[in-house]
Design a protein around this ligand. Structure first.
Ligand code: UDP
Ligand code: MG
Length: 316
């Protein structure tokens, strides 16, 4: 058992991983805490594993797991939490966007008894379009979700051992960590820091990936989209009924006059759109059930630090 485990998912981070490691060590050593750093290589193709092997050879506090292919950041965080042995676990990105200088502050807040310490970034330096989109998204999420998610409260957080065990006890295979962290509860404290740009390399989150992540977030925590589909259907049905009554009344009072072509097309197209969208929503849920029912493991491991040649015998 160590005091702190730092869990780091890495995809193609060979350019920054060395600087990252040095910065974390420099931030943690003065605190006097006993720590380990658990790197999870998420199927990188740029030599990140070689870097990790070197780090593990040079520093017995380094542990790593390398996946057989890219499984995504969520499985990587899960693997990291599973391998961690610390009384506290900090999740952070490898690209130095989560400033290691904040680590002592997080540990101190943990000392005050909080089970989750969240470092919440502001959105300074981000494009206006992206800012507007994420603001709208979080407004939507707040309205829909059964759990609370704050804007900018990403994955840079410290969890107590019992909070980690709680997250690990959740069995779902489609994991949306932001929701899971909120779902487990416990006393949570957050503080803000100024957004920093990536140290090197490129972000893996393009527009499409973000959109899918957003949909996952909305769907994995509630069944309200299904409810919305039902409501929309009901409202459309009621307005169609009212319109039908109006047509009948009109025909009875003013005689039959049937130039209804445009109305008909509009109604058909509108309704088909709603039906398709609703089917899509249902399909998403069915897909999720199918996915969960397969009970596949979240990832496949290729190697760990125990496979690294020339590693110094660890003291623990
Ligand atoms: N990451 C990962 N697997 C992925 C995508 C990203 O392990 O499939 C890691 C990545 O190496 C980084 C962190 O997750 O440490 C955040 O990724 P990134 O910096 O690309 O995201 P952004 O900061 O742009 O949201
Ligand atoms: Mg980043």
């Amino acid at each position: 058992m160590v005091d702190v485990s730092v869990v780091v998912p890495c995809l193609d981070e060979s350019e920054v991983i060395g600087d990252f490691h040095a910065a974390v060590v420099a931030a943690l050593e003065p605190t006097g805490a006993d720590f380990e750093i658990c790197y999870v290589d998420d199927g990188s193709r740029d030599g990140t594993v070689e870097r990790l092997r070197e780090l593990a050879r040079a520093d017995a506090r380094v542990r790593y797991t390398s996946f057989s292919r890219n499984f995504g950041k969520e499985p990587a965080m899960l693997a990291g939490m599973r391998m961690s042995r610390g009384a506290s676990v900090v999740l952070m990105d490898a690209d130095l966007q989560h400033p290691p200088e904040l680590l002592p502050r997080m540990l101190e807040l943990r000392q005050h008894g909080y089970d989750q310490v969240v470092a919440q970034r502001d959105r300074s330096g981000e494009g206006a379009v992206r800012k507007a989109f994420s603001r709208a998204y979080y407004r939507l999420v707040r309205r829909f979700m059964e759990v609370e998610i704050a804007d900018g409260a990403g994955d840079f957080r410290l969890l107590s051992r019992r909070a980690v065990e709680a997250v690990l006890s959740l069995p779902e295979s489609n994991r949306f960590s932001k929701g899971l962290f909120s779902w487990i509860g416990f006393d949570t404290v957050s503080f803000r820091y100024e957004n920093v740009a990536r140290a090197a390399g490129a972000s893996k989150w393009g527009g499409r990936r973000l959109l899918n992540y957003g949909i996952d977030g909305l769907l994995s925590f509630n069944s309200r989209p299904l409810r919305l589909a039902v409501h929309t259907g009901l409202w459309l049905f009621l307005s169609a009924l009212a319109y039908a009554l109006w047509i009948v009344a009109n025909a009875l009072l003013n005689g039959v006059d049937t130039p209804g072509y445009a109305t008909l097309i509009t109604a058909i197209v509108g309704l088909s759109g709603v039906q398709l969208a609703t089917l899509g929503v249902i399909g998403e849920y069915v897909g999720r059930i199918y996915h969960e029912s397969k009970r596949r493991p979240h990832y496949v491991v290729r190697e760990t630090e125990r496979d690294a040649p020339g590693r110094p015998a660890a003291g623990r």
